[in-house]
Design a protein around this ligand. Structure first.
Ligand SMILES: [Zn+2]
Length: 77
């Protein structure tokens, strides 16, 4: 029986950009990422309430992008 292999070094080198919100436009399909210092606050709160050692936070948001919102008919489906 081999010991379980952990790979903490791999995760430690991960990009700090791992914390992000993924925005997806329902009209044109455009996607973009949004970063916020609020992720740090959110991670502390999640860790405090759940007991998790939180490494990354990812959120997905769908809606209509700025360009599509400017078009009168974009949000009328
Ligand atoms: Zn759009």
């Amino acid at each position: 029986m081999e010991p379980i292999q952990y790979r903490p070094a791999c995760d430690a080198k991960a990009s700090p950009r791992e914390d992000r919100i993924h925005l997806a436009c329902l009209a044109c399909g455009r996607t973009e990422e949004f970063a916020s210092p609020l992720f740090a606050v959110l991670k502390v709160e999640i860790a405090r309430q759940s007991g998790y050692d939180v490494h990354a936070v990812r959120l997905e948001v769908s809606g209509h992008c700025r360009a599509c919102r400017m078009r009168p008919s974009a949000t009328q489906h």
